[in-house]
Design a protein around this ligand. Structure first.
Ligand code: DLL
Length: 433
């Protein structure tokens, strides 16, 4: 099903023509309205009239989170505050949050793009949608909310927290779609199980519209088993809009990127140079239709790759793979680069482990040391030492064979790892710098 097939089936030529036209327009618009970009463009001699092809985008410098911080809070806005009708912010772990603003037109664009990804995952106006994303400065709650109302679904704005109550509401209102982070979906499933709820009989969930954090396909399987639904991934980030940038269709072969609203590039994160088609690297996004915040070449720090071959669903927009992680979450253990999602893929494929883990980073002399805390399933031989040791040896051997490095896994009591109601905290960094 398509939200708007005229847009979603554009030819590659038409997509690129539209992107170039919007890019040129945006360069003029930003020059006129944002002093930060005027100075940047003057410094580099960038003029809209010199942009003749999409390749010329590469002459424009990247925009980074630091640029947002240095212009905190509203310095990158292209419109005066009178036209801004909504503000969101991304918390981040350090420093000031990144502040983003939306005009009425931006909110309209945003809800259309979210409607598009929801419909691609099979949501219709017959669905009852339970949104368990936090409503607040985070773009997840409100972003999904307006898009799903646009689809015509019955939206339940439950927000996050109080998991037992969430389950009661889903049961009583007959929710067919669950919207939240993958880690919270898993926690909801686990809590339902503890409450003795039969997800197939007592709940009516069909679709999980999950995103906002990296998650492996192994985790997808666990969520599907626990909640009795089909889980779809969607991606976005507040700096370029929020959710709605990309989402999976029913073919589930990557997330279709809204290329009529964003230009995406994949670069080598060290050199900044675009990689060959289809290779992994850092995703860089240029929004094309934002009125309040028309930024250029935003470095997302997310590592993924892009496919442009035709998808079974008929949509022509390129697809991005599930991001394997963020450059800032990459662990370097004895010289080998590892992302938490690679560790997750191994752990979740082992029978007997509950799908919750945490990585503790410590300094061992000059080297980084990682210990992975894993939970055994509640029914697993917790009192038999010998079996426990064999089990841990197996986990460590599987990690070594998949990742090529020795990482120590440590078994912890069932339910002892903190459950997340939003984005999961996978890494506890105890290193002192
Ligand atoms: O997380 C927007 C969002 C809300 C997307 C709801 C999907 C659903 P931020 O809080 O600014 O925005 O965080 C953006 O989250 O750069 C990625 O690192 C990560 N991220 C978002 N979606 C995915 C995903 C929202 N599907 C940051 N897979 C991004 C992996 C994701 N990582």
């Amino acid at each position: 099903m398509f939200w708007n097939s005229r847009e979603e089936e554009m030819t590659r030529d038409d997509i690129e023509k539209l992107q170039l036209e919007l890019l040129v327009r945006n360069i003029d618009y930003a020059y006129e309205n944002i002093p930060f970009y005027r100075d940047r463009f003057d410094e580099k001699g960038i003029k809209a009239k010199d942009i003749k092809s999409l390749k010329d985008l590469q002459n424009i410098p990247f925009t980074t989170k630091d640029d947002f911080r240095n212009n905190y809070p509203f310095g990158l806005f292209a419109t005066d505050m009178k036209k801004i009708v909504r503000i969101h912010a991304s918390s981040g772990t350090t420093g000031k949050p990144t502040v983003v603003g939306y005009t009425k037109k931006d909110l309209e664009t945003w809800s259309n793009l979210v409607a598009r990804i929801a419909v691609a995952a099979g949501v219709t106006d017959n669905d009852i949608v339970h949104i368990a994303f936090g409503y607040g400065l985070f773009t997840g709650g409100f972003g999904l909310h307006y898009g799903l109302e646009k689809v015509g679904a019955s939206v339940v704005p439950a927000s996050s927290g109080n998991t037992k109550r969430q389950i009661m509401l889903m049961q009583d209102y007959g929710a067919t779609v669950l919207v939240c982070t993958p880690s919270y979906a898993l926690h909801i499933g686990e809590t339902a199980q503890k409450l003795g709820i039969d997800v197939h009989k007592d709940l009516k969930l069909k679709i999980g519209l999950l995103g906002a954090e990296p998650w492996s396909n192994q985790m997808r399987k666990k969520i599907e088993e626990r909640l009795g639904l089909k889980a779809y991934d969607n991606y976005g980030l507040s700096e370029v809009m929020g959710p709605g940038v990309a989402g999976e269709c029913e073919a589930q072969d990557g997330m279709h990127i809204a290329e009529d609203n964003f230009i995406v590039e994949i670069i080598n994160p060290e050199t900044g140079i675009p990689v060959e088609d289809g290779e992994y690297g850092e995703l860089v996004v240029t929004p094309l239709t934002k009125e309040a915040l028309p930024i250029f070449r935003y470095r997302t720090r997310d590592i993924t790759r892009i496919k442009k071959d035709r998808c079974l669903c008929g949509r022509t927009f390129a697809r991005m793979d599930k991001p394997i992680g963020r450059t800032d979450d990459m662990l370097i253990i004895r010289g080998v680069n590892v992302f938490p999602s690679q560790i997750e893929e191994v752990l979740f494929s082992i029978e007997g482990i509950s799908p919750h883990y945490q990585i503790i980073l410590e300094r061992d002399g000059a080297l980084d040391k990682a210990t992975i805390l894993v939970e055994a399933n509640a029914n697993l031989f917790f009192d038999e030492m010998k079996k426990q040791r064999q089990f841990m040896d197996r986990i460590n051997a599987e990690l070594k064979s998949a990742l090529g490095i020795e990482i120590t896994a440590k078994l912890v009591e069932p339910y002892s790892i903190e459950r997340s109601e939003g984005k999961a905290k996978r890494i506890i960094d105890k290193r002192k710098f």
